[in-house]
Design a protein around this ligand. Sequence first.
Ligand code: PMP
Length: 399
Amino acid sequence: GWANVPMGPPDPIFGISETFKKDSFPKKINLGVGAYRDDTGKPYVLPSVRTAEAEILKQDLDKEYLPMTGDNSFCEEATRMAYGDVYDSISNRLVAAQSVSGTGALLLSSRFFSKFYPSKDIYISNPTWGNHKNVFSNAGLNIKEYRYYNPITKGLDIEGMLSDLSQAPNSSIVLLHACAHNPTGVDPTHAQWNDILRVVRDKGHFVLLDMAYQGFASGDFARDTYATQLFASNNVPMFLCQSFAKNMGLYGERVGCFSSLTASPEEAARFESQLKILVRASYSNPPVHGARIARFILKNNDLRAQWAGEVKGMASRIISMRQALRSILENDLKSKHGWKHITDQIGMFCYTGLTPEQVATLSRDYHIYLTKNGRISIAGINTSNVRYLAEAIHTVTSN
Ligand code: PMP
């Protein structure tokens, strides 16, 4: 039996959603989970996704198994989008597999490292998405941190980051967020990416790029490929983990892509053979429906253009909520704190700087829920709740 199984802690993010659901206060706000909401606070299914689903339904397709690496045509479109102009020059040594969203791609990475990579040290940013630690420590890797966020400037600690990556043992694994860093909303500039590349090359590090938010910060897919193109064009050995949860709003469909940039077509063939073995023993093959939707959109020029517009719409609403929140705090409520970082930071999140005590007061007294680290999902803010939120933040930061 399971008499010796201890009670585990609830997940810091999904736990919040459960508490939120039980709260009957009408003005409650959930800023925990990173899922897009429209201006009425409702989940948003992209019209391009609805259209693709309707078209797919008309085709009367079967439900046969996909190959172990999934829908190859989806993978090709997904990786082409992520590697941009570099794609054609690397495609013969790129191995890709459809994954169970971004987390599934990270899982495949973690298993590959633990089975085949000589170093078991993975360097993650401080802070990072909480699940990174779970995934990589489950696979038996040693979690190490590099400095990333400077709480004083509320920006990037580039000197700390470069110094920590230089001091890591040669050939370590380095996890980098390709764009729209979670939870801080702080990304390196192009010049800073170039500095990161230099250290990574000098040290022979292996790069794992986590790309969960392509296009989401600005609505511009190409702009977010800077890091992928930089590492790929410099032949840095790398994995890329893509998610279509946020940018296509396909959260629960679990659509993602894992890819590995190898040194040669011959190495790619060996890598792929082991990837198939890993997938076969894990879940055999990935689910069909979500990848069909994504492939349909990516391969249809009109729908793809429509989708890009819808992503831009989500990005713009998020930016306007950043501006509204900052403006109410600074101009209407005359907060004595600076809130410039709300509009400086990008993507879905803002790392507010609220302390764990202030976060606890917000949930207890105002029914506003967020993670203990002070991260808020801007997508949970809308024109009807932004003032209530600003007033609550103002009150808890005033004493
Ligand atoms: N990486 C990061 C940094 C994320 O924020 C997320 C989504 N919260 C993911 C990966 C993967 O999410 P999913 O498995 O839903 O694609």
